[in-house]
Design a protein around this ligand. Sequence first.
Ligand SMILES: [Zn+2]
Length: 98
Amino acid sequence: MADLRGCIGSARFGIEAHEAPVTDFPVQPSQKDGLGRLCRPHWDQYTTALRKAAAAAKAEATRPAGDATTPEPAETKPQRAKGKAPEPVAESGEATAQ
Ligand SMILES: [Zn+2]
């Protein structure tokens, strides 16, 4: 029987806490028990979300202050709330680069 370990998830990025086999957790020597606090898939999801959030925050911070003048005409886009955001294309090859 595999031992279960709690994955803490991330409220910030919408990752729910749950239990997963200990073998699903990445080794993290910096943690006191040597294992990560999120399971591997969620850890990937978390770090990806964190990186995107950091990039977005950086973009926000570096945006020129004068940019606040009507970024988008709101009236001319009735079909916008379709729920399908464009997929980031260059994402897949990026993970191995680090
Ligand atoms: Zn998890």
